[in-house]
Design a protein around this ligand. Structure first.
Ligand SMILES: Cc1cc2nc3c(=O)[nH]c(=O)nc-3n(C[C@H](O)[C@H](O)[C@H](O)COP(=O)(O)OP(=O)(O)OC[C@H]3O[C@@H](n4cnc5c(N)ncnc54)[C@H](O)[C@@H]3O)c2cc1C
Length: 312
């Protein structure tokens, strides 16, 4: 029995949106299919009539430095200093290309490191960053790195384009806040690396594991002399939807990078983050212990990558 009735190749965003809207039954975009096709095959997804293949849309395959976008800006974005230029990673870029990209390695190393750990070589050749985010699992590796990078997602719908902060894209575990039968993720805009900034990603996996990690974390840090001038930390999975570890960030902000400052932040993991026991991966207690070691390692990796910047 076929798992779908119609498979539509599309070559522009407009064509893909039209195909979703006019499908005679339930329709969804498909990129690499590494999540969606498996779920359909295993009966974990409601039946789909039409799969709309978005991988041939040129815009979704771009990976480049772009001038800051001219789309209408959300209130959230208006409140931020506008970036002049940004790194754009198209939603349908296979994660293998993200890993190998010198641009991603230069400006968002944690995203390259996270994508390098997704599945094995075959999965990485087809899986996309857009699918990793749209599937909305709170431990997805690429997504957690995008959270630490404070990425903005570009979304297309019949109403036009808009930008949303990455954290606005999730409703619950495996539940996207996007209307996947009417909206398409175009890609992600990331700030370009400035002097004194760096990032790192790390995760712990079961040795026999092929999919999601027991725990992962991504850190973006900005250094001024020996001080932590700014910091973003994301842990997965640490709740039903991805979130930043804001209590830990506050503890480190403005502090001199030192063993004591890191220990103070690490001590907050047990009181401020919500790790849970999962049947296939690990107990909550084990995750709390791992979280401490993982954060120390990833923080150190990010800090050691920063160059010393003296502001006068
Ligand atoms: C063996 C194996 C190992 C894996 N290991 C890991 C791992 O270590 N870490 C990890 O994080 N993940 C892992 N995964 C999960 C998976 O590979 C990723 O989540 C992948 O990035 C999903 O991308 P995709 O292009 O295959 O998405 P698809 O399966 O094509 O789509 C997933 C969902 O996203 C929607 N979608 C896709 N693209 C768009 C778009 N542009 N706009 C709107 N909606 C869209 C689809 O409708 C669907 O609902 C693994 C999977 C397998 C099979």
């Amino acid at each position: 029995m076929s798992l779908w009735s119609q498979y539509t190749l599309t070559y522009s965003i407009e064509e893909a949106l039209r195909a979703l809207e006019t499908a005679p039954g339930p329709a969804l975009p498909v990129a690499g299919g590494t999540d969606l096709l498996l779920e359909l095959q295993q009966g974990h997804h409601p039946p789909i009539h039409t799969l709309v293949d978005i991988t041939r849309i040129p815009e979704l395959g771009r990976l480049e430095i772009q001038p800051s976008t001219s789309f209408p800006r959300s209130a959230w974005e208006r409140s931020r200093p506008p970036w002049e230029r940004a790194l754009f990673i198209g939603a349908a870029v296979p994660v293998r290309r993200v890993v190998d990209s010198p641009l991603v390695q230069e400006h968002a190393l944690c995203v390259s490191e996270a994508c390098e750990l997704i599945g094995g070589p075959q999965v990485r050749n087809t899986a996309t960053l857009g699918g990793n985010v749209a599937h909305a699992l709170p431990a997805a590796d690429g997504m957690i790195a995008l959270v630490a990078m404070d990425a903005q997602a570009e979304i297309a719908s019949a109403q036009g384009r808009r930008l949303e902060p990455i954290l606005k894209l999730f409703r619950g575990p495996g539940e996207s806040a996007l209307r996947l039968d009417r909206e398409i993720l175009v890609g992600f805009h990331l700030p370009l690396k400035q002097p004194g900034q760096a990032s790192a990603f790390g995760r712990v996996m079961r040795p026999q594991g092929v999919a999601l990690p027991i725990l992962n974390t991504a850190v973006w840090i900005e250094r001024e002399e020996e001080l932590i001038r700014d910091i973003r930390i994301a842990f997965g999975p640490s709740g039903p939807v991805p979130q930043r570890a804001t209590e830990l960030e506050k503890a480190l902000l403005g502090e001199k990078y030192s063993r004591e400052a890191v220990a103070k932040a690490v001590a907050l993991i047990s009181t401020s983050l919500h790790f849970r026991t999962s049947a296939y991966r690990a107990s909550a207690g084990y995750r709390y212990q791992l979280g401490e070691v993982l954060l120390e390692d990833v923080l150190a990796a990010a800090w050691n990558r920063t160059e010393q910047v003296v502001r006068i």
